[in-house]
Ligand binder design. Sequence first.
Ligand code: IMP
Length: 175
Amino acid sequence: MKIKDKEFDIYLNTSQIEERISQLGHQISNDYAHCTPLFVGILNGVFMFASQLFKNLSIQAEISFIKLSSYKKLNSSGQVTQLLGLNETLFQRDVIILEDIVDTGTTMVQLLEVMDELGPKSVEIATLLFKSDTLVEKLDLKYVGFEIPDRFVVGYGLDYDGLGRNLTDIYQLKS
Ligand code: IMP
């Protein structure tokens, strides 16, 4: 399979992906049977995972989607992360962040810092894919679909240069 200049091989097919998401849905439904969690999906890549996971929940739950934008603070080298599009209050809520892939973990660590200031009761992370070899941050990922090697992947919402998000299987860059 080719996207632009790059060749990809199939890595995970739709039924493998959806079987694993179904397991995650059951696990989350058991863990959150006592409350109504608020899922917060990180756009763009998460839309397919979020949709499939939500269909596999047997509990009452809310979902909202955000975009992250970061800018450099004036007079400082630090990055500031902003959450765009969050209308729900996170105060005292049980929040589950939904992400397509955690690579170095930098995005997630910055997001957790911003979310903590909003006073949620609890925050857990559910990611479809996790490149465990490249993780540089200390992160507790409670729900992981698949641990994958450090090789670029596309499909099931993930893109290469804007393309490939519509593929219902996940493909890995050819070596
Ligand atoms: P992190 O901050 O290094 O964990 O990067 C996370 C973000 O990088 C994800 O939300 C993706 O947008 C992007 N990313 C990392 N690896 C891949 C990949 O293999 N395919 C597509 N996007 C990726």
